[in-house]
Structure formats: structure tokens, C-alpha cells
Design a protein around this ligand. Structure first.
Ligand code: FAD
Ligand code: SF4
Length: 324
């Protein structure tokens, strides 16, 4: 049962920031994750601050620099169906289409997708684990089939968002409004690794709101894609996923971003694999080497070693399909 709270329907970003800055308030965008957290008592609130009526946070606009600005309240469906995103940032459109079910994509927003809470079943259950301020990670010696193989450090969640790896591959910037004004944060620094702090997922401070996501112009010849493997064909979170963005110079890879989902507490870049690919053509040999390097630092837990060959095979297949 959800315990009582007051409800503020903000009429401006300023009013939302002010409401959020007080007491135990939480932001409501589409509510698809927030309401589940409240129902499961992951946390309680005394005020729900809804930004769902703020038109200025909706929509997709081209910037004068040739990039895109996507409002935080843009729905996942709008992202997946946008012609400009499908043409210029196909990995993001593909990732959005992989999120949940059509109903949830119609209701869920891009900002909420980046700020959603982890799906670890202990965290969502009645366990007062480390991430909730307790002193034990129940997953480490427990049921860790869906947990991380990289970047675990006292907490072993995987980052749940499908769009975050695609936005990371495209080097997005997150626009944030808060009590101290506006700031922009590179998506590479927006998510908090478990090694830094296991009690928070993003760098957002009290009262801060994601207002939009900025994508730079896809300069040069960019090949990109998103691939997700899940346990069930119907809606499900990623067992393993990969977003690729390869900047080509003729047939040679001039720059590479490989970003894994379902792998680590944050969208995970196997940087050695990226470096090994740069300067090479996409040949079967370089692709096999890159896929092997991508998982060379994996540290699986007792029940999730199956993810290592899964990631390796998936990365190899996805690079092969980009090479055609
Ligand atoms: C059954 C189910 C299946 C799902 N499957 C997937 C999946 O396969 N892939 C996937 O990526 N996601 C999945 N999700 C998660 C969900 O669909 C997404 O998280 C959705 O995009 C959340 O958006 P929302 O607007 O509903 O967020 P809300 O529920 O409103 O908010 C989520 C959290 O983010 C915070 N928040 C929201 N907007 C902002 C903002 N602008 N600034 C700061 N904080 C903010 C809220 O306070 C809250 O803590 C699933 C969810 C469910 C219930
Ligand atoms: S993996 Fe993280 S969220 Fe899950 S039980 Fe361990 S500390 Fe809690």
C-alpha cells in the first residue's frame, strides 16, 4: 500500500524546484517507475511534485549547431518515432523502441528513463540493503543472476535504462535546473559509479531536475546501433545490451564508442576495446579481438558468468552487422 503524501502540480520549473527542495519530496514525470517504487516501499515521500504539465520540457528541437535538444518530458514513444532521431541517431531510436511495452513507452519520459531506480530484486523487495542505507549487499552472496559483471563495488546492480547507453555512445549532455541555477553535465559524468557512492545513481542534488538532453551533431560518417538481449521476448530489462557509435574515415574506424547495458551499475565503456578498434578496418579479425577485449576485465558473480560469452557474442555480431 502507498502511504499518504501531498501532491503539487508544478506550473513552472521554478515552482517544481522550490517544491522539490523541501522535506521528503520526489519528482513525478510519467510515474511508471516512481509509483512502483512507492507501492513496493523502496522509499516513502511526503510530497509528490509533478512536472507532467510543463510544456517547455516537452519536444525535440534541432539546435543551431546542428545537434538536437530533447526535452526531459518527451515520451519514449516520441523518441522512438522521431524521424530526425531515426535518421541521425538510429541507436537512440532503436534503444527507445526496446524499452518496456507500448503502454509504458507512451507514458514514460526520457528524463525518467535516465533517472529510474535500479531493478535489483533485493532493493525492490523488503531488504534494507546498502543502497537503501543498510550495511549488507544481499545480492553478492545471493541470487545474482541478473547483476553486474563490471564495476561492482559493494553494490552489484546493473543500470536499468536502455536509452542511457545510446545517449552515452552519442556523447550527450544533460541539462539540469536547480536551486543554484542551470548546469550542463556530460553524460559520462552524470551516473555515479558504485565505487564512488552506492546510495545514489546520478549526480542530481536535492531540488535538481533534468530539463533536457543535448545531442551533438553527428559529424562525419557515423555508423551506430543498439542491440538488446532479454530473457523474455515480451517486455523485459536488458540481460545484455550494446550501443555502438563508430566514426568512420573511409573504411577505417576513426573513433569508437562501445557502451554496454545490463553490464554494470552505470552504462559501461570497455575503453581498451574501443582503443583497439580505432585505426583499424572492421575485419573479422579486428571485430573478434574487440569483442574479446570488451569482456576481458569482466568479474562475474556466482550465478551470472553466462553474461561473459553473451556479451562477447553479441558485440561480435553487432560489429559484424555494422561492417556490412
Ligand atoms: C514493467 C516495466 C518494464 C520496464 N522496462 C524497461 C526497459 O525494458 N527498459 C528501460 O529502460 N526501462 C524500463 N522500464 C522503466 C520505465 O519505463 C522507464 O523508466 C520510464 O522511462 C520512466 O519514465 P517516467 O517518466 O515514467 O519516470 P517516473 O516514474 O516519473 O520517474 C522515475 C524516477 O526518475 C525521477 N525523475 C523523473 N523525471 C525526472 C527529471 N526530469 N529530472 C530528475 N528526476 C526525474 C523520478 O523522481 C523518479 O525517481 C520499465 C518499467 C516498468 C514498470
Ligand atoms: S546489488 Fe546493490 S541494490 Fe542490490 S542488494 Fe546489493 S547493495 Fe542492494
Amino acid at each position: 500500500m502507498i502511504t499518504g503524501f501531498s501532491y503539487l502540480k508544478a506550473k513552472s520549473v521554478k515552482e517544481a524546484i522550490s517544491g522539490l527542495s523541501q522535506g521528503n519530496a520526489r519528482l513525478h514525470a510519467g510515474g511508471t517507475d516512481l509509483l512502483g517504487c512507492l507501492r513496493d516501499r523502496v522509499f516513502t515521500i511526503d510530497t509528490m511534485v509533478s512536472i507532467s504539465g510543463l510544456r517547455e520540457l516537452k519536444g525535440i528541437r534541432e539546435t543551431p549547431e546542428g545537434g538536437l535538444s530533447i526535452g526531459a518530458l518527451t515520451t519514449i514513444t516520441e523518441v522512438s518515432e522521431s524521424r530526425v532521431i531515426r535518421d541521425r541517431y538510429p541507436a537512440l531510436a532503436q534503444a527507445a523502441l526496446e524499452v518496456a511495452s507500448p503502454q509504458l513507452r507512451n507514458q514514460g519520459t526520457l528524463g525518467g528513463n535516465l533517472c529510474q531506480k535500479p531493478r535489483c530484486w533485493y532493493y525492490r523487495g523488503e531488504f534494507h540493503c546498502l543502497r537503501k542505507g543498510g550495511d549488507t549487499c544481499y545480492a553478492f552472496a545471493g541470487e545474482n543472476h541478473y547483476h553486474c559483471i563490471f564495476g561492482g563495488n559493494r553494490c552489484y546492480i546493473v543500470h536499468p535504462s536502455d536509452t542511457a547507453p545510446a545517449l552515452t555512445a552519442y556523447e550527450a549532455t544533460i541539462s539540469i535546473a536547480g536551486p543554484a541555477g542551470m548546469r550542463n553535465v556530460s553524460i559520462d559524468r552524470f551516473f555515479v559509479p558504485a565505487s564512488e557512492d552506492v546510495t545514489r545513481e546520478t549526480v542530481l542534488e536535492k531540488g535538481e531536475i533534468v530539463t533536457g538532453i543535448m545531442l551533438p551533431s553527428p559529424s562525419g560518417e557515423l555508423k551506430s546501433s543498439y542491440r538488446k538481449v532479454r530473457a523474455r521476448q515480451s517486455w523485459d530489462f536488458a540481460l545484455a545490451g550494446v550501443a555502438l557509435a563508430l566514426r568512420m574515415s573511409g573504411s577505417t574506424v576513426a573513433d569508437a564508442r562501445i557502451v554496454l547495458s545490463g553490464a554494470a551499475p552505470v552504462p559501461w565503456r570497455p575503453v581498451e576495446a574501443e582503443k583497439a578498434l580505432i585505426g583499424n578496418v572492421l575485419s573479422p579479425g579486428s571485430i573478434r579481438r574487440t569483442a574479446a577485449l570488451s569482456v576481458s576485465r569482466a568479474q562475474p558473480l556466482k550465478h551470472n558468468a553466462y553474461k561473459v560469452p553473451l556479451f562477447r557474442g553479441m558485440i561480435e555480431e553487432e560489429l559484424m552487422s555494422l561492417s556490412n
